[in-house]
Structures are given as structure tokens and as C-alpha cells.
Design a protein around this ligand. Structure first.
Ligand SMILES: C=C(O[C@@H]1C=C(C(=O)O)C=C[C@H]1O)C(=O)O
Length: 279
């Protein structure tokens, strides 16, 4: 049983609860005010024409601003989670979309990721394979798909299904704020139909087909700031997923692959904002 509190403490408690009610009402009113801006934003962005209202570069910079200005005892996890739900829901209000997830490596982490980054209003649709996710996104007007970005050496080069010009492309890497012990820290790539001028190109992703993988290849790529982040066996050799700085020209990227790798075909499969890491 809790101890009865003094009359003085009870009065102070009532004051504090009054403060919390005032702040809650103000935050709610601000959210309603934020939602009123959306109607005009829909017209200005012509979202209906482009199919997707998702602007990953803008979202990455908003999330980075939140991380930079965060202070006090409230966990950053909570501030980040609240704004992910706000931003994703407002994006969905502009043009409804679904999140298709490749759960071939397990549903739990993908569901956590989808719920943390897109909230519960945006529908979550699990699929048994990457191919099914890419096909579903391709058929949709503005849906997104999520894949684990840490697949490393895998049996399936899912990124090969993104090489066609009209095929979906990678548009973001989540979480926007990376740190140890992130509550939904599974790294995922987000794909959507090509965003054209709305894409952020700080990091470019290439699918590369090489005949073999020489020992010095990773170091050669690191020399130009690039990294192999996925690889899988493919007909005639290996299919790689390479992340390279947006400032690096495709020719310079191709030249960085050692000759011993054999003839390399490089195709851009998407881009995303620079990773933002907090220790
Ligand atoms: C509001 C916009 O659209 C989307 C929603 C955002 C938000 O609610 O803040 C931010 C970026 C977009 O993904 C926008 O483009 O500014």
C-alpha cells in the first residue's frame, strides 16, 4: 500500500497534473494544426501524379535535426519513435500506401522495423520472398517495400530485380538515426517505384556483376569510399550490391573494381541519404 501524501504534496501533484494536461492539449492542438497544412501540401506537391508522397531526403534531415537538438531525460528512442509515426502518418494522409516486407529471414525484426518507422496506421503486408515484395511494389501506385540491409553474403541477389529502369529502386536506408541499442535497429532498405527528382543521392547503390572476387577488391573499393554490402552467386560469377558516395562518378566507380574481377556490369539500383551514426 502506498503511503498517504501530505496536503501540500497533494496540492503540488494537482498542479503538476494540470501542467501535463495543458501540455497535452497544446501538443494535440499543434498536431491538428500540422494536419491542416497537409491539404495545401497535397496540391503543391502534386502527389497524386507522382504516386508517392515519401520524400526520404527531407525525412532524413528532419530526423537528424531531432537527434541533434534532443536533450533532457526523455529517451531519444521515444522522441524518434513519436516523430516517425507523425511523419509516416502525414505522408500516408497525402497518398495512402502500404509497407510490404520481405520476411524470409523472420517476421519479428521486420514487423518491429515497419511499426517503428511507419506506425500502425500504415498497413504492414508480409511476403515470403524479396521477389514478391518487389512485384507488389511494382504493381502499386506508391507502396514501399522493406528488405534487410545486412544480408551480407546471401543465396539471393534480390537487388538484381531492381536493375530495369522502370523497376522499383532503393530510396532510403533505415533507421535514419543509427546507434547501438536502437529499439528497431535492424538495418533495412526501403524500395519504391522510382522517385525521379524526389530521390536523395548522397549514397548511390549499384548492382554489379563480376566473374570473381579478388582479394584486393574490398580495399580498392574502400579507396574511393565504396563498400560491398551484399553478394550472392549468380550466373557467370557473383552479383554484388555496392554502396558508393553520390559524388563519385559511375565511371570512377567502375574503374575502382580491380581488373582481376573480370568484366563488370554496373547498374544503379537506388540511392539514399548519407548514414547518420550516433555512438
Ligand atoms: C510533408 C511532406 O511530405 C512527407 C511528410 C513529411 C512530414 O510529415 O513532415 C515529411 C516528408 C515527406 O515524406 C513534405 O514533403 O514536406
Amino acid at each position: 500500500m502506498s503511503q498517504p501524501i501530505s496536503a501540500e504534496a497533494a496540492a503540488r501533484l494537482a498542479d503538476l497534473r494540470g501542467e501535463i494536461d495543458r501540455i497535452d492539449a497544446e501538443m494535440h492542438a499543434l498536431l491538428i494544426e500540422r494536419s491542416q497544412i497537409i491539404d495545401e501540401l497535397i496540391t503543391v506537391k502534386s502527389t497524386q501524379a507522382s504516386g508517392s508522397a515519401f520524400r526520404p531526403g527531407r525525412e532524413a534531415s528532419m530526423m537528424q535535426a531531432i537527434a541533434r537538438r534532443h536533450t533532457g531525460s526523455l529517451p531519444l528512442d521515444t522522441a524518434e519513435g513519436i516523430w516517425r509515426v507523425i511523419i509516416a502518418t502525414f505522408t500516408w494522409m497525402q497518398a495512402p500506401f502500404n509497407v510490404h516486407a520481405d520476411i524470409s529471414s523472420g517476421d519479428g525484426p521486420m514487423r518491429d522495423s515497419a511499426r517503428f518507422h511507419f506506425g500502425f496506421t500504415v498497413p504492414y503486408l508480409p511476403h515470403g520472398s524479396a521477389a514478391d515484395v518487389i512485384a507488389a511494389v511494382g504493381r502499386s501506385a506508391g507502396d514501399v517495400g522493406i528488405f534487410r540491409a545486412d544480408s551480407g553474403v546471401s543465396s539471393l541477389a534480390w537487388w538484381d530485380a531492381l536493375t530495369d529502369a522502370a523497376a522499383p529502386k532503393i530510396i532510403a536506408r533505415l533507421p535514419f538515426i543509427e546507434r547501438p541499442d536502437h529499439p528497431a535497429g535492424t538495418p533495412v532498405f526501403v524500395v519504391s517505384k522510382p522517385l525521379a527528382d524526389a530521390a536523395v543521392r548522397e549514397t548511390i547503390l549499384y548492382a554489379a556483376r563480376v566473374e570473381r572476387w579478388p582479394e584486393n577488391a574490398a580495399a580498392a573499393l574502400a579507396g574511393v569510399g565504396a563498400e560491398v554490402i551484399g553478394s550472392a552467386g549468380a550466373s557467370g560469377g557473383l552479383s554484388l550490391l555496392i554502396a558508393a558516395p553520390g559524388a563519385l562518378a559511375p565511371d570512377a566507380m567502375a574503374a575502382a573494381l580491380p581488373q582481376a574481377a573480370g568484366r563488370a556490369a554496373l547498374v544503379e539500383v537506388g540511392s539514399h541519404a548519407d548514414r547518420f551514426r550516433m555512438t
